[in-house]
Design a protein. Structure first.
Length: 427
């Protein structure tokens, strides 16, 4: 009897251990598929509030149109288009229309670089000059004469590292949208802002950039700049392929991202959404497309910082791969530990508002979580023409909202969208 009692106790302990420490097979990484909101622990009724918010922005003349996307656990529970893709022609916007994603290119470039990091092509704290000699012995701007754009410099305290490029702490600024001083210097030396062209190649311009002064010493502060364009050129050096070829061969084809390009094939030109601007009352109006029609060119400039166009679905696939910690649909691009590295704080005590920055992504902190409810540890960014994305590992959520408008004075619709995703959670 005593033996039976002891055996019974052992079975109880084993059962309790099994409940709290289940030994199960690793479940397959989610692949994006349409599903009901309820199957993902979200409320269809509450998600419909997003419809009203976006439609109100269209009806109020704030935006011409937008495509919204939400998935959870790989289940697509919201994928809708509102408004028009062409204000003048009144063409209805479609879910699979193609948008200029501009700086959302940076995340893809960063992942491509980290794939080469896994192949042993470089270390994060290697100096950039090890691979691009023009970056040797960098100098920092000291004085600048606005009248004739002459300047003096002093030696930088250290070299720019590859980690500095990922984190925008190199001191490289932005052409077009950076500080007045550095914009003037870049214009003087014909450094482009990063969008496409058929007149240049990235290597020539990045080597020229390497000879120009920095806005500040490397590592001193976060300055959003042409860092990831330099990283894109490094990918060409490390891989022996053009950035376009590397993306296509190693990311887009393996993941099935069939609508993401630097320059669109002719048969997809009609799916490119037109860019709009605003009138003096901050209402949307059409604008000439000459300056923004670069995706329709047969271009030669592969900007790792701003050159791609894509759909919300394609970009969601890319983000799901990262939520899956490097794997999607049986294709592994990165190890889980590398994804952990990418999505960890890489800027130390520096800050991006309330948040931190990883290797190519803004990382939500506990303080940042308090703003809209986006979970701590989420990673995100956006694009110049009015596109945003984020991925939330804690809630297993992906969210995207794509517009095409510069400026976007009513950018609050982006934050409203984020907040309204979380108000639909039911579990």
């Amino acid at each position: 009897m005593k033996k039976i009692f002891i055996l019974f106790q052992a079975l109880l302990i084993l059962a309790a251990y099994s409940c709290t420490n289940p030994v199960t097979k690793t479940s397959p990484a989610p692949v994006l598929k349409e599903a009901t909101p309820e199957s993902a622990g979200m409320s269809a009724e509450r998600l419909s509030r997003i419809d009203k918010m976006i439609q109100s922005a269209v009806d109020s003349g704030w935006i011409a149109g937008a495509v919204g996307f939400i998935s959870r656990d790989g289940k697509i529970i919201y994928h809708k288009a509102f408004g028009v893709s062409d204000l003048e022609a009144k063409t209805q916007l479609k879910k699979d229309d193609i948008f200029r994603i501009a700086s959302q290119t940076k995340a893809i470039t960063s992942i491509a670089a980290m794939m080469l990091f896994e192949e042993g092509k470089f270390l994060l704290d290697d100096p950039v000059s090890k691979y691009i000699p023009e970056f040797k012995n960098p100098r920092v701007i000291e004085k600048f004469n606005e009248k004739d754009t002459t300047f003096t410099t002093v030696p930088a305290k250290r070299e720019i590292t590859i980690r500095d490029l990922f984190t925008h702490t190199s001191g490289i600024d932005y052409a077009g949208i950076g500080s007045p001083t550095m914009r003037a210097i870049y214009a003087k030396y014909d450094i482009p802002g990063g969008f496409g062209t058929d007149k240049m190649v990235i290597g020539d311009k990045m080597r020229a950039l390497g000879k120009l002064p920095l806005a500040h010493n490397p590592g001193e502060r976060f300055t959003y700049g042409l860092n990831v364009d330099v990283l894109g050129y490094l990918i060409e050096i490390w891989s022996g392929e053009s950035l376009d070829e590397y993306f296509r061969n190693h990311i887009f084809v393996p993941l099935g991202m069939n609508d993401t390009y630097f320059y669109l094939p002719e048969e997809k030109h009609n799916r490119l959404v037109k860019v709009n601007t605003e009138d003096e009352n901050h209402h949307v109006r059409a604008m000439p497309q000459d300056a923004v029609n670069y995706p329709l060119l047969k271009g030669t400039y592969y900007s790792g910082g701003a050159g791609l166009s894509s759909t919300v679905y394609d970009y969601a696939v890319f983000l799901q791969m990262l939520l899956n910690r490097g794997e999607y649909n049986g294709k592994r691009l990165l190890s889980r530990r590398t994804v952990d590295l990418i999505t960890s704080n890489q800027i130390g005590d520096l800050n991006i508002g309330y948040d931190k920055f990883g290797l190519g992504f803004q990382i939500t902190t506990a303080r940042g979580q308090s703003v809209l409810g986006v979970s701590e540890g989420s990673f995100s960014w956006g694009g110049y023409f009015g596109t945003i994305y984020w991925a939330d590992p804690k809630e297993r959520i992906i969210g995207l909202l794509f517009c095409q408008q510069v400026p976007l004075s009513h950018g609050e619709i982006q934050n409203k969208f984020k907040a309204m995703v979380y108000q639909a959670l039911e579990d």
